[in-house]
Ligand binder design. Structure first.
Ligand code: EPZ
Length: 418
């Protein structure tokens, strides 16, 4: 087991370079098996979720070559075997193998995915989409068998603009016969990235990034090369850390539009931002104004940034509110922020934060990935030592977090404990 120790209260100066997006990468790797040739993906982040997906590729007898930040995936000798629970439960994104294998082989056998416990997180919309394309779904306990004689294009309306369901249906539909239309599709940049990747292989997808995606099925998908977009959630996390400790802190290699909602809220609070074409530089101010946020699907305020943002709200003067609308259980970081000294009350899906409060280091837990990011932001802000348990959650999504923060002056280390 690993713990992270942070000596807080230090100013952070310098540049943090943002890695490739986790939530794009974790869809691109399963999507790569759809090619009949070979796919190269570069700017892959070195995080444990990427490794877990490469392990699934190897289980399927896919040839995987890793070279620093790229991966070359060749599925020509692939076998469509069952994906066992020990593989699927390591992460949420294992569910993208459902759409990809169904799309390629018309059959997939796999277990329910894992991922952060931030709500019920059903996959009913994914399965309904597969059924609309002509598949049948058998479910026994945690195991799913999804199969079709033939996949045929269909009109699919998503009750919720789900990122996972949108991508999974796209994966299943690219090789289906005829035209599929997904209405109320999710619009996140990760969806555009997957559609571009598939189009580079020869797929015919239009409308990605809008709420209507059209897919004309094709028979053959060829060789392709793709670069992963910068991680907007990693960028947002470090931007928040910049507002808490930056003097100044430059967040480099980003697409600023992807974090527009966050940057607008930060400006409203009085955070000083210098926004360039592919960077934002932030200098901590002595006083911030309280502000309210409500999470929403893209381009709204990202639920994944809600947890680290609460830390910034603890440093603002007055009463701030955070309302979580995407997940039922995404306030697990709050009790630990309270232990660090924050004044926060939760009622239903809204947390009310009264600040500014001094944070003082103590022992806390990363209950999930972004709760872990919130603990890191709080630990860097707090006086004294913060020890974070369950660091494995953080390493699932933040590449070289210790190195990146150490380089800008943080005192932070990961230790192995019994
Ligand atoms: C993706 O999860 C991300 N994960 C999440 O990031 C992110 O929080 C989320 O999108 C929202 O932006 C990956 O990309 C691997 P959804 P996903 O389907 O696709 C409900 C992180 O920290 N729903 O858009 O699983 C669902 O329960 C992670 O990096 C159904 O009811 O999210 C949720 O309330 C955490 N039925 C809402 O929709 C379904 O079939 C949105 O979920 C599917 C979803």
């Amino acid at each position: 087991m690993k713990i992270m120790e942070i000596e807080g209260g230090r100013e952070l100066t310098g540049t943090i370079r943002i890695s490739g997006a986790k939530n794009a990468t974790v869809a691109l790797i399963p999507a790569a098996i759809l090619t009949d040739e070979e796919a190269t993906i570069c700017n892959i982040p070195e995080i444990t979720d990427t490794e877990a997906l490469c392990d699934i590729l190897r289980l399927l007898n896919v040839d995987v070559k890793r070279a620093s930040e790229s991966v070359i995936i060749n599925p020509q000798n692939m076998r469509n075997v069952e994906i066992k629970e020990e593989y699927s439960k390591k992460l949420r994104a294992s569910y993208y193998f459902m759409g990809a294998l169904l799309g390629k082989y018309k059959k997939v056998e796999m277990y329910f995915p894992g991922g952060c416990s931030i709500g019920a997180r059903p996959i009913d919309l994914h399965l309904k989409g597969f059924e609309a394309l002509g598949a049948t779904v058998e479910n026994e306990g945690n195991k799913y068998i999804v199969a079709a004689e033939e996949l045929k294009g269909a009109n699919i309306y998503l009750d919720i603009a789900s990122v996972g369901a949108t991508i999974n249906i796209m994966l299943a539909a690219v090789r289906a016969k005829g035209k599929t239309v997904i209405d109320n599709a999710a619009k996140e940049p990760e969806i555009v990235s997957v559609a571009t990747f598939l189009n580079n292989m020869g797929a015919k997808i239009s409308g990605a990034g809008t709420s209507t995606i059209k897919i004309e099925g094709v028979k053959y998908l060829g060789k392709c090369f793709h670069e992963v977009i910068p991680d907007r959630i990693e960028a947002g996390t470090y931007a928040i850390i910049g507002a808490l400790c930056g003097n100044p802190l430059k967040i480099d290699n980003i697409i600023p539009e992807h974090i527009d909602a966050l940057l607008s809220k930060m400006e409203e609070m009085g955070v000083e931002l210098d926004i360039g074409a592919d960077y934002v530089t932030i200098t901590k101010q002595d006083k911030y104004k309280a502000t309210n946020i409500k999470t929403a699907v893209y381009p709204g305020f990202a639920t994944d940034l809600q947890q680290p943002f609460t830390v910034l709200q603890t440093q603002a003067t007055g009463k701030s509110k955070t309302t979580e609308t995407i997940y039922e259980n995404r306030f697990m970081h709050i009790p630990y922020l309270q232990e660090l000294g924050a004044n926060i009350e939760i009622k239903g899906q809204t947390a009310t934060i009264v600040g500014p409060t001094k944070l003082v280091g103590c022992e806390v837990v990363a209950t999930d990935l972004r709760a872990g990011a919130a603990m890191v932001a709080a630990g860097l802000t707090a006086e004294g030592k913060t020890t974070i348990h369950n660091v494995e959650h953080i390493l699932r999504g933040y590449e070289q977090i210790v190195e990146k923060l150490t380089n800008v002056g943080a005192k932070i280390e990961i230790k192995e404990i019994e």
